[in-house]
Each structure stands twice: as C-alpha cells, then as structure tokens.
Design a protein around this ligand. Structure first.
Ligand SMILES: *Cc1c(COP(=O)(O)O)cnc(C)c1O
Length: 399
C-alpha cells in the first residue's frame, strides 16, 4: 500500500486564547467600530497601527479590511487614477490586477524569470516603452527579486514602487524588511497569510502626504485623528477634502486578533522555514524537479514551496496533481489554462484591455507546482509530503 497523508493543507493553528479573550471583551463593550471610543480610549485598530509601524520600521501605518483594499488605497493615495499605467509582474494573485483595474488604471504586465522573480530586462524595457511611473511589485509566493536592481530601475525611470507583501510579511532582503524598499507597502492578514484575522490588511509608508490620503480614502470621514501612526494635522489639512471615502476600515475585533499574533511572527517565520527546509531537502533530490535558486540576500518566509516539474512537462502534470491528491497531498498547478480555486494565470484576466504575450512567464508557470506549508504540519509531516511528491513524480516520469 502506498503511504497517504491525512492532514489538511488549509488548516490553520487556533486563534490564541489571549486574542479570544480580548475579542470577547471588545464584543462585550459593543464598541467594534474603530471610531467608537470612550473619552481617553485608543481604539484597538489604532493600537495595532502603532505596533505594526514599529515592527515594520515604517513611520506610518493604516489598517484596512483586506490586503486587496490596501493595494487599491495605496494606488489611489500614490496618485494613480483612470488611465494611469501601472507596471506589474504577471505572476501574482488575482487581487493585484483587480486592484489596478478597480482604480481605472491599466496594468502593464511584466515577465518573470525561471526563479519566479520579475524579469529585470523586461521591467526596464516596459518602463521605457510604456512610460509608466508606477510599479506594483508582488513578491509572489515570497520570491524576492534583487531589490537593489529593482530600486535602481525605479530610480532611473522615476517610478513609484508599491510593494505587495502579502507573502513577505516578516521577510527581508539584505537585512531590510520586505516592504521598506518602495513608496508604500501592503500586507494581508487574510486567513492563509502570515497573520490570521480572517480578513484584514495593513499599509505602511514613510510618505506623509500619501499616508494622510490613505487614511481618508480608507473611510476615516473626519475622524482621522483616531488613527495610530499618522502624520500631523497640517498634512491632513492639505489632503482631506481631495480624498474620496472608499470605506475599507478594519474593525476592532480583527485588530485584536492581529495584535495578539504580531509578537509571534518572528518565531513563526522560523517555524515556517524549518518546515520549508525539510521539504526542500527531500524535493531537491528528486530527479526531474527543479527548486528555486535563492539569492544569499533573500531572507524569505517558507510558508509555501514552489518547484518546477520539468521532468514531467506540462502534459503529465494534471495526472501528477491527481496522483498526489489521491494520496492526500494538495498540489496547486500554475500552468493550467483554466483558473482554479485561488490560482489563476495572467491570460485568464479577460477584463483587462490588453493582455500581452509573455512567453517566459508562461514557460515558467507551465511546470510550476505549489504546496502550502501550514504550521499545523510537523517536520515529519513535511518529510512525508515531500516523499509522496517525489514518489509520484518519479513514477510518472518513468511511465
Ligand atoms: C492574498 C493576496 C493579496 C490580497 O490579500 P486579501 O487580503 O485576500 O485581499 C494580494 N496579493 C497576493 C499575492 C496575495 O496572495
């Protein structure tokens, strides 16, 4: 009998008791809305903003309803409007093109290379030909491109860099936290990310004007003074009437869940990487599977692992995914023509005006397989998962 794996790839760890207690207290108070405070009280959401700004090492922070909303707010607050061109690496999740589209802007999709990074030559070429002055860089699946090179291209073309750190909360490049390279960064605390509040997002920046706009756009009405980690009143005086209210505030309940998890993040990064390295060590020995080359400066968070099933080729991957699935191992394939569950390829975003040919991205994704690494897996679980993947890859490449 072939061994099977029986844990769920989507099972998160329970919410901490301390967070449940705090959430219960907030519910008993009835003051769930972030501006519903008694005199002298700082809301849970505002406390979160202070703490996250400190943790991230950014001056300003805004809590939002989702990571996707943080992206939209970041774009608007940075000055993106109808018809503005926004460069974006084509390997990402649907909320990224969705956010660009929602503000009426036009994405200019950029190729990725074989290591799932933005292709620097294509970025430079498209920055030159499109004239785009914004780049929404999604650190997709935690693969961090050479940030020195990215920043230098952005400087050369006077491009505002907006970082999508949904998969790099807690990661670093050359010792600097992901999210501290551009004008503004966005994070998600949706259930499958590095902090779990069900839904939620965070935006950080050192740009005072952008921060003030973001706060008002998030739906502060004229209650912006009730935020933590914001610029001074005179900055708001210049921006408050020009910024539309797009209602995307975080409530106190979710803020309590995030606050309780933040102190554990650093240790959770270590726990994810411990699991990642077990998976990597087994998978890297399997003939026909290619694992990413990681730059020495990349301090990633191994909350998922990608590999290319080069030996199988795109034709045999559906069979491989099914075979692993029947043994309890849930593989996502980024090469499928049809979008499936959370996974979609750039050429399925049919609402975009212009979907370019991206042969390099398509080639990389054709054999790209992805496994979630939940913290509810032990390292022994990770070993079994990797061995099952290896056995099926070997069996099918010989068939
Ligand atoms: C999850 C995710 C987002 C958006 O987060 P939500 O909180 O679900 O809106 C953005 N970018 C990437 C790459 C993501 O995986």
């Amino acid at each position: 009998m072939a061994r099977t794996f029986d844990k769920s790839f989507t099972q998160q760890e329970p919410i901490l008791e301390a967070a449940i207690e705090r959430a219960a207290e907030i519910m008993k108070s009835g003051r769930l809305h972030r501006y519903n405070v008694v005199p002298g009280e700082t809301s849970e959401a505002a406390q979160l903003e202070e703490e996250y700004a400190t943790w991230q090492g950014a001056q300003f922070c805004l809590a939002t309803t989702s990571g996707g909303q943080a992206l939209q707010i970041a774009l608007r607050a940075a000055g993106v409007t109808v018809g503005t061109k926004v460069l974006a690496n084509a390997y990402t999740l649907a909320p990224v093109p969705g956010a660009i589209h929602a503000v009426g802007a036009e994405p200019v999709l950029v190729e990725i290379d074989a290591n799932w990074h933005t292709d620097l030559d294509d970025l430079r070429a498209k920055a030159a030909t499109s004239g785009a002055r914004f780049f929404m860089l999604s650190h997709m699946r935690g693969h961090i491109a050479d940030m020195a090179a990215i920043v230098s291209i952005c400087d050369e073309f006077d491009i505002s860099l907006i970082e999508d750190c949904a998969h790099t909360m807690g990661a670093r490049w050359n010792g600097i936290r992901s999210g501290n390279f551009g004008r503004v960064a966005c994070f998600s605390t949706q259930t499958y990310k590095h902090i779990n509040s069900g839904e939620g997002g965070l935006l950080t920046t050192n740009d005072a004007e952008l921060a003030s706009r973001a706060v008002v756009i998030s739906g502060s009405y004229m209650n912006y003074a009730g935020h933590g980690a914001i610029p001074a009143e005179d900055v708001f005086q210049q921006t408050r009437l020009e910024s539309p209210n797009c209602s995307a505030r975080l409530d106190n309940l979710r803020a309590a869940l995030i606050r309780a998890q933040l102190p554990l993040l650093e240790d959770n990064v270590r726990r994810w990487n411990e699991r990642y390295f077990v998976l990597q060590s087994v998978l890297s020995k399997v003939a026909g599977l290619r694992l990413p080359e990681r730059h020495q400066h990349e301090g990633f968070v191994g909350s998922s692992i990608q590999f290319q099933a080069i030996g199988l080729g795109a034709q045999r991957i559906p069979k491989f995914v099914d075979a692993c699935g029947s043994r309890g191992v849930d593989i996502k394939w980024f090469g499928a023509d049809e979008p499936h569950a959370f996974t979609s390829r750039f050429d399925s975003w049919a609402y975009l005006n212009d979907i370019p040919e991206l042969p390099s991205t398509k080639q990389t994704l054709a054999t790209t397989c992805d496994l979630r690494v939940p913290l509810t897996f032990s390292t022994a679980d990770c070993r079994l998962v990797a061995e099952i993947v290896g056995e099926e890859a070997t069996r099918l490449s010989n068939s």
